[in-house]
Design a binder for this molecule. Structure first.
Ligand code: ZN
Ligand code: ZN
Length: 153
């Protein structure tokens, strides 16, 4: 069920947030960086308008690192339990929230799957989802946003 606001937070409860409006899109990233960083099989990204997202308890800590190949990566996490909550996002006025941190995750059905070439072999992608072998690019991102909007709220 897709209704707003939707709340979420870290595993220890120190940080809480609220999302007041529909995301721009939701996608799963199967790249190896995301697998390593999350310690899981993929990353579930909820791209939201920055203006619709607000922390309601605690102040998250920002971390920034330079990967061995020179790329930069950053996110916000709880200073106490280190749960990652999301990043500033690569586009202006958008933020990325880590999908698994929402209290209710049942409505987070990815509109697209990116970096599918490194997806775990046992993952079966839904027939009707958008797929990108590597990075989706601007055009791919727009198509994932369109698909999310067209899915029933
Ligand atoms: Zn915490
Ligand atoms: Zn990734």
């Amino acid at each position: 069920m897709r209704s707003f606001p939707q709340a979420g937070g870290c595993v220890c409860g120190e940080i809480r947030y609220v999302l007041r409006d529909d995301p721009v899109t939701v996608y799963a990233c199967h790249c190896t960086d995301c697998q390593t960083e999350t310690g899981s099989a993929f990353y579930l990204s909820v791209v939201v308008p920055a203006a619709a997202f607000e922390y309601t308890r605690g102040t998250p800590e920002r971390w920034d690192v330079v990967l061995p190949d020179g790329r930069e990566k950053g996110s916000f996490c709880c200073a106490r339990c280190k749960t990652n909550l999301g990043g500033p996002g690569s586009l202006e006025n958008l933020a990325s929230v880590d999908g698994g941190t929402f209290d209710d995750t049942s409505w987070l059905v990815p509109a697209g799957h990116i970096w599918t070439r490194s997806a775990q072999s046992w993952i079966q992608l839904p027939e009707d989802s958008l797929r990108f072998e590597t990075a989706p690019g601007q055009e791919g991102f727009v198509s994932m946003a369109r698909k999310w909007k067209s899915s029933a709220p």
